[in-house]
Design a binder for this molecule. Structure first.
Ligand SMILES: Nc1nc2c(ncn2[C@@H]2O[C@@H]3COP(=O)(O)O[C@H]4[C@@H](O)[C@H](n5cnc6c(=O)[nH]c(N)nc65)O[C@@H]4COP(=O)(O)O[C@H]3[C@H]2O)c(=O)[nH]1
Length: 817
């Protein structure tokens, strides 16, 4: 094993011939190989008889006595240990190596490393013994060093022949780590432990092998016996082994280290690439200081990582404004456990953020907390979105006012407050009058703008603590929590004035009034729902009472609302269930007494409610829109009935049908009228439509256009309830009407109220001067009849002549006359 630094005397090997004495018995090959070797070389047979020895052995150990040479070696050069242990072991295993002391003939002692190889194929079979002298202490010590550095080295080491690339010697760690036995290694070349893709690199490396002794190193992939691979850090030195150029290789398995390095690199990269700001603080006597900050810190807080090193986390987060958060942070940094906090740090530019801070303590080897890993997640967008969602859930999208949900919440708080401090609480339900008309005529955009403008005005007038809410549509609510300290009457008046002030929307000026319903805590309800319901009822009452009014809730209103709800639900099925019918009231010429026509009046016979008068359900039908379908049915039924009477031979008369404003709004009236006439076959001159005065005056432009269309068909038109609305004479003359109908309230009072009588006379004179016929409704007495006749009223309608009659009764009346 001459990989040891060679002893001084071996550097100039004596190339003398070996003793020839035994060459015949052991063969010339021995002389050739070992004759001039600077080491001890000798061969013995199984009995210990010396077969050959080289010159170095004979020179250093001394020539053997003749009988020893002839008989046995043991008595001279070899210690008993060699005889008793080494040779039997070599015989058994093929090889033995160990340190022994050879004994010179003169009694001198020669420490050597002895290798013994069993050679079964020589004649006779023999042991080839090679020994390296260790008599020099340095050599001995380097041998020991070798033992520990090479053989017992924990990392694989080997020597390979630079020409054949064969392994010449491998250590135990190589055997253990590569999985090959030592014998297998010695039959392999260094190519065998390389994966194919590295062979070219190996070849290049070998070609560029450095000069003797120079170190070469690099990271390679090696293959184990089982095919698995490992990353090895290889360093090698050129040496000479048995006179041949070789390289001593040291291979350090760095697979784990590389994996660890990769894992660390990945983690480092993850830290750098994290969208969350990550800060590592180190524990210091007077508080934790920042030791590391990733780039996300800049994105989140505006500070560069370098600029925050050595600072405190608390100062980085700039939490001066938030005492409580500062305390929580300090508690988290002192806690032994991971903690998560919601904080409001400040960006370097002053912007307030929302962040979630997760603080995790890192324990040092001794167990104490050495570091804290602090992860800051930007929650600003999430929190803002959450706030936005909350706002959306609690506010009206159009006006931004609190919606019903938030109003109820505020009401619940206000009720609690009022209970505790014995205050009263007012709830005002404000509904815009005729808002639907504005929407329909001016468009939804203008409608929306108007709602926003009204919302703004209500807010402007509200006191601190009041809530202005929008419940949808044109309905606003005002919650006045400490109302008993305020002059409510003036508040209501001011409210109505505020709403009614003209609003300029683009190039239009819009004016809208409102109806206000008021409920008061605790008198009108003990909770939000009740108070809202009752304010709503009162608001409906205000609307019924003629709009632009305010109305306080009264218990009786509740019954009316309940009845209205009942009517509404039942009316939906009235048509389909054939519960509706028409009665006809004759119109009579005041001069001739002849029947000139009849007004068709609707009747509803309900199985449980009985006969429901039009006064109870027409208004509901108009509000719910059911009047459109009901109106169509009335029109078709009246036309069909009139035609049926004519076909039955009765004198042709004109049937008058009442129209509601809603029927005008849907723009299908002309179509409906034509269809009713066509289906029934009735000529247009036998149909009259009665329009109320307020209907005509509220939609002048639209009504004028529709009336012009209808008049072209040839039908007659009358203005119903004349005198109850606010007719403008300027408009009146635009309508091509045939009749003015004096409202029955005037007929009823004209004989007792001189002013009413004057109105009646004026209407008659006005109508006739405009070319209309005038008909008085509700004539019940002969006196009324006389008065009307006296003042040249054209026609009358009333119980005095006849109540409304069923079709059969009406036909009978006609027949009798
Ligand atoms: N006290 C008294 N009343 C008299 C007298 N003569 C007639 N009346 C009643 O006066 C109302 C006249 O009808 P209107 O003014 O058009 O007033 C009608 C009309 O506005 C509406 N209406 C009735 N039928 C219809 C319909 O088919 N369509 C529409 N849109 N409204 C209708 O309902 C209102 C009430 O109808 P009715 O209850 O049938 O009431 C009828 C009639 O029965 C009298 O001498 N004394």
């Amino acid at each position: 094993m001459d990989i040891l630094p060679q002893p001084a005397y071996s550097r100039a090997p004596q190339r003398r011939r070996s003793q020839r004495a035994s060459s015949k018995t052991y063969g010339p090959a021995f002389d050739q190989l070992f004759g001039t070797s600077p080491y001890f070389a000798f061969a013995v047979d199984q009995g210990g008889k010396l077969l050959a020895y080289n010159q170095h052995a004979s020179t250093v150990l001394g020539p053997l006595p003749a009988q020893a040479r002839a008989n046995t070696l043991y008595a001279t050069w070899v210690l008993p240990m060699l005889q008793n242990e080494a040779l039997p072991t070599a015989r058994m295993r093929g090889y033995w190596r160990g340190e022994v002391e050879l004994k010179g003939v003169d009694g001198s002692s020669h420490p050597v490393t002895q290798t013994i190889e069993w050679r079964a194929n020589t004649e006779p079979p023999s042991f080839l013994c090679l020994a390296y002298p260790l008599d020099d202490y340095d050599v001995y010590e380097s041998r020991l060093r070798f033992k520990y550095l090479f053989e017992a080295h924990p990392h694989p080491m080997w020597v390979y022949d630079l020409q054949t690339l064969r392994f010449l010697v491998v250590n135990a760690a190589a055997v253990a780590q590569y999985g090959y036995t030592e014998a297998e290694f010695l039959h392999m070349t260094i190519r065998d432990i390389r994966p194919p893709e590295q062979l070219e690199r190996l070849a290049q490396n070998l070609a560029a092998a450095p000069a003797k002794g120079a170190e070469q190193s690099g990271v390679w992939t090696h293959r184990r016996r089982d095919g698995s691979r490992m990353q090895v850090d290889v360093s090698s030195h050129s040496i000479t082994l048995s006179g041949r150029p070789a390289r001593l290789v040291f291979a350090h398995d760095i697979s784990e280290r590389e994996q660890l390095k990769l894992a660390l690199q990945l983690r480092g990269r993850a830290l750098e690439a994290s969208v969350n700001a990550i800060v590592i603080t180190v524990h210091a006597a007077d508080g934790d200081l920042i030791e590391y900050a990733n780039p996300a810190v800049t994105r989140l807080l505006g500070h560069t990582p370098d600029s925050v090193l050595g600072r405190r986390l608390e100062s980085l987060l700039d939490l001066q404004m938030h005492d409580e958060q500062r305390q929580s942070l300090s508690a988290a940094m002192q806690s032994q456990q991971a903690m998560t906090l919601l904080l409001r740090p400040r960006h370097r530019d002053g912007a307030q953020l929302w962040t979630q801070l997760h603080v995790a303590p890192v324990h040092a080897a001794e167990g104490a907390i050495g570091h804290h890993v602090c992860v800051l997640t930007d929650m600003t967008a999430i929190m803002e979105y959450q706030a936005q969602l909350e706002h959306q859930a609690n506010h009206d999208a159009l006006t931004g006012l609190p919606n019903r949900a938030l109003l109820k919440d505020r009401m619940a708080q206000a009720v609690t407050f009022s209970q505790r401090f014995q205050h009263s609480l007012w709830l005002l339900c404000i509904d815009l009058d005729n808002f639907k008309l504005i929407n329909d005529h001016l468009g939804h955009q203008v409608g929306d703008q108007l709602l926003c403008a009204i919302a703004q005005r209500l807010c402007d007038g509200a006191h601190e603590g009041d809530t202005v809410a929008r419940l949808g549509g044109d309905e606003f609510v005002l919650l006045l929590p400490v109302a008993n300290q305020r002059p409510m009457a003036s508040i209501l008046a001011l409210l109505q004035e505020t709403v009614a002030a003209p609003v300029t929307l683009g190039d239009q000026v819009v004016t809208v009034t409102c109806s206000i319903g008021i409920s008061i805590y605790p008198a009108d309800g003990s909770d939000a729902d009740q108070l809202l319901k009752h304010a709503d009822i009162a608001m409906f009452r205000a609307k019924e009472a003629g709009r632009n009014q305010s109305q306080f809730y009264e218990a009786a209103m509740h019954a009316r609302i309940a009845e209205r709800a009942l009517i509404e639900s039942e009316l939906r099925f009235a048509l389909a269930r054939n519960q509706l019918s028409l009665v006809y009231q004759p119109k009579v010429d005041l001069h001739s007494g002849a029947i000139t026509g009849m007004e068709a009046l609707i009747r509803w016979q309900h199985p449980t409610l009985g006969a429901v008068s039009p006064a109870r359900f027409i208004g509901v039908a108009e509000e719910t829109g059911l009047i459109v379908a009901i109106g169509q049915w009335v029109l078709r039924t009246a036309c069909a009935q009139n035609k049926a009477w004519q076909l039955a031979g009765l004198p042709p008369l004109r049937v008058a049908v009442n129209l509601s404003a809603r029927q005008f709004r849907d723009h299908i009236l002309q179509h409906e009228v034509r269809t009713a006439l066509e289906e029934s076959g009735l000529e247009a001159q036998y149909l009259e439509l009665e329009l109320t005065e307020s209907l005509m005056m509220n939609n002048v432009d639209n009504v004028v256009a529709v009336i012009a269309d209808l008049k072209q068909l040839g039908i007659a038109l009358s203005i119903d309830d004349f005198g109850t609305g606010y007719s403008s004479l300027a408009y009146l003359k635009q309508f091509p009407v045939d009749y003015l109908k004096i409202d029955q309230s005037f007929t009823r009072e004209m004989l007792t109220e001189p002013k009413v009588a004057a109105i009646v006379r004026s209407v008659i004179a006005l109508g006739q001067s405009l070319g209309f016929k005038v008909i008085a409704e509700g004539v019940e007495t002969a006196e009324q009849l006389d008065y009307l006749r006296q003042h040249a009223c054209d026609e009358m309608q009333g119980y005095y002549f006849s109540r409304p009659l069923s079709p059969e009764a009406f036909a009978e009346l006609l027949r009798q006359r």
